[in-house]
Design a protein around this ligand. Structure first.
Ligand code: SF4
Length: 368
């Protein structure tokens, strides 16, 4: 292999060809004329963005061209209706002045959480220092869906491809006192017993073989936060032990620490039947358990694996593609969002992006 290709940052990808580490699928699927980084990123499904404004203007231009060419069966355009329909696809214009448009935004904690009533003032997270800078109140929740509104000028409209600033989902310290390490395992054991007896979700508790609480160091610097147990996890009672779990272990090892040095948990503790996504009610039912786990562990970093855990922890509907690549904040923990290992198994081209995310965390943590 040419020496120029053996940079330190690409090392796991190169060794992946030989050792089968988590980047192996990415490198092995690349053609000889491998794409550039930008091209690779563009191949990841979540980064394929349709621009509604561009689609609308191109469709209008095509319709006008067909009418000029004499196509008679097209309905005659109704300008008022066309404008109304166009508004359905356009995001609402940000009412805040342009100077506040880039201010990180705070997603509202969901009703019923123990965090209701906490300060929701916005703060900007430095990817390097992790320190919060005081900022004005947020313009709006980045997760808030666009509502029908009058079309704004193209220059002022946010686009789906616009970067999302890092933001804080819940501010402030974890509640309660930091437990001595010796007490954390016993507290987690008590909580695991509560989870094992939980029947809050009738379907999940009826279908499960056993609950999957979580495992790892009780004083972790890094926590990996997944979606829910699969079939292998349901059988073993341990998180991430199937093929996706093996890939997660390789991802952790690529970060220069051991799986047992981290803590691994899921958003829901019971396997959804047929490996479907947990529904909103099931996630809400199980919220108290992962919140208590995180409060006991108080990790420096939480790595959200996939959309379910990222959207739940960050209180947003933004996709992984828009949340990744920056360091967000949940209470005292820095939050990194990346693709779920199961997704990476199905889409090896996205491993490059996942490795970029982990490298961002490693740099921030002083491991690179
Ligand atoms: S998913 Fe969570 S809340 Fe639902 S039954 Fe299992 S342990 Fe209880």
């Amino acid at each position: 292999m040419p020496e120029a290709h053996q940079s330190k940052q690409n090392e796991p990808f190169q060794t992946g060809l030989v050792t089968g580490d988590f980047t192996a699928g990415y490198t092995s699927c690349m053609p000889t004329n491998a794409p550039t980084t930008a091209q690779s990123d563009a191949a990841a499904p979540d980064t394929t963005i349709l621009d509604p404004h561009q689609i609308h203007s191109q469709a209008a231009a095509l319709a006008a061209h067909l009418q000029r060419a004499g196509v008679a069966f097209l309905p005659q355009t109704d300008p008022a209706t066309a404008d109304e329909m166009a508004a359905w696809f356009l995001p609402a214009e940000d009412p805040q002045p342009a100077s506040q448009a880039d201010v990180p935004q705070v997603a509202s904690p969901q009703a019923g959480t123990p965090h209701d009533g906490q300060s929701q003032a916005a703060s900007q997270q430095s990817p390097v220092t992790g320190k919060n800078a005081q900022t004005p109140a947020p313009a709006s929740n980045p997760a808030a869906p666009a509502s029908p509104a009058a079309p704004a000028s193209p220059a002022a409209r946010p686009r789906r491809s616009d970067p999302v600033p890092a933001f804080t989902s819940i501010e402030g310290p974890y509640p309660g006192v930091l437990l001595p390490i010796a007490d954390r395992q016993s507290r987690l054991d008590e909580l695991a017993a509560d989870v094992a007896a939980c029947t809050e979700c009738k379907i999940l508790s009826d279908c499960r073989t056993q609950t999957v609480f979580g495992e790892g160091s009780v004083a972790p610097r890094f926590v990996f936060f997944g979606e829910g147990p699969g079939a292998d996890e349901d059988r073993s009672g341990r998180p991430f032990v199937g093929k996706a779990g093996q890939l997660l272990t390789k991802m952790i090892q690529a970060c220069k620490f051991r799986r047992e040095d981290a803590y691994i948990l899921n958003t829901v503790k019971c396997r959804p039947p047929g490996n479907r996504n947990p529904d909103v009610e099931e996630i809400a039912n199980c919220r108290t358990y992962y919140e208590q786990q995180l409060t006991i562990l108080r990790p420096e970093y939480i790595v959200c694996l996939g959309a379910i855990s990222a959207q739940e922890l960050m209180k947003t509907k933004l996709s992984v593609g828009r949340l990744r690549g920056k360091i967000h904040q949940y209470m005292e923990s820095k939050v990194l969002v990346t693709y779920h290992p199961a997704y990476l198994l199905r889409n090896p081209a996205a491993k490059k992006a996942a490795w970029d995310d982990l490298q961002l965390m490693m740099r921030d943590a002083g491991l690179l």
